[in-house]
Design a protein around this ligand. Structure first.
Ligand SMILES: *Cc1c(COP(=O)(O)O)cnc(C)c1O
Length: 304
């Protein structure tokens, strides 16, 4: 038996190639619909989706509960503005805070935005609580990191593809080898406000640090009055068996940075989650987002 494909794929590939900036080099697969772990292309071929939206699709494509929550919210209200409250906001933030054993939630949209938000919060905490002199704050990060694509974030990437030709970059970051507690300890001084790491490095190739590393990061941060900021955008929300990868070592960071699967593969939802004495440093007007914490995002994120 032979299958005849109409080959809508090649024309779709040609069109995308002609009209888009080439910041990706996609495989010539043009997806038309998807369900669970499977996608179907424009010519009717089915594929098992082993990439799963870089872990944004941890629940599979179009999980029925997520689609139902989105549909219901689409018929009510999708966007207000943070100048008002809406009825999905409180429940979403309460449930996410509980999930993290934390107190406060700062909702944003994309992962990079949440990382940027965690950087701002860490610096403000450093100046207002720790007492670091103005504009001296440093943040220690790991070589091989992936925290997103904004100019500040790529400025402390060690991947030349990520940073070349995008400078000048923001100062205030120190890069140490991943998994090396001695190097981390040596990089921390009185100006250090945070250590920002992925509990498992994702884009670096799924690198699991040596046993005891996360507990060691926690201990160093506690000892030196430094925030442990865990970027669990890719490793969190059940990806490693525990709700968060940090829990595999019974470690609680000061700030969780979440994204990807938090939006259930339906809408972009990200957040910074932490204690009141840290996230509570932000004052009205200092940080914000037009879409962060919108009703559709909260309805879907709460369901996720
Ligand atoms: C994907 C990812 C990000 C960036 O998320 P975006 O939504 O693409 O901005 C940040 N950190 C980690 C660990 C990631 O895997």
């Amino acid at each position: 038996m032979t299958t005849v494909f109409r080959d809508l794929t090649s024309s779709a590939v040609a069109e995308a190639d002609r009209f888009t900036a080439h910041n990706y080099h996609p495989l010539p697969v043009v997806i038309a619909d998807a369900e669970g772990a499977w996608v179907t292309d424009v010519d009717g071929r089915r594929y098992l989706d082993c990439l799963a939206g870089y872990s944004a699709l941890n629940f599979g494509h179009r999980h029925p509960a997520l689609v139902a929550a989105a549909r219901e919210q689409l018929d009510r209200v999708t966007l207000t503005s943070r100048a008002f409250l809406h009825d999905q906001f409180g429940p979403f933030c309460r449930e996410l805070a509980h999930l993290c054993d934390a107190e406060l939630v700062l909702p944003m949209n994309t992962g990079a935005e949440a990382v940027e938000s965690a950087i701002k919060v860490s610096r403000a905490w450093g100046y207002r609580v720790k007492g670091v002199p103005a504009n001296q704050a440093t943040i220690v990060v790991a070589a091989g990191n992936f925290h997103g694509r904004t100019t500040t974030i790529v400025g402390f990437s060690t991947d030349p593809d990520a940073y070349t030709d995008f400078g000048p970059f923001a100062p205030g970051f120190r890069i140490v080898p991943y998994g090396d507690l001695a190097a981390l300890s040596a990089a921390i001084d009185d100006t250090t406000v945070a250590v920002l790491v992925e509990p498992i490095q994702g884009e670096a190739g799924v690198l699991i640090p040596p046993d005891g590393y996360l507990a060691g990061v926690r201990a160093l941060c506690s000892e030196h009055d430094v925030l442990f900021v865990a970027d669990e955008i890719q490793s969190g929300l059940g990806r490693t068996g525990e709700t968060f990868a940090c829990r595999n070592e019974n470690v609680v960071p000061d700030l969780y940075v979440l994204g990807k699967a938090l939006g259930g593969g339906v809408v972009p939802v990200s957040a910074v989650v932490g204690r009141r004495d840290v996230l509570g440093v932000l004052r009205p007007g200092e940080h914000g987002s037009t879409f962060g914490g919108n009703p559709l995002a909260c309805a879907v994120g709460g369901t996720a």
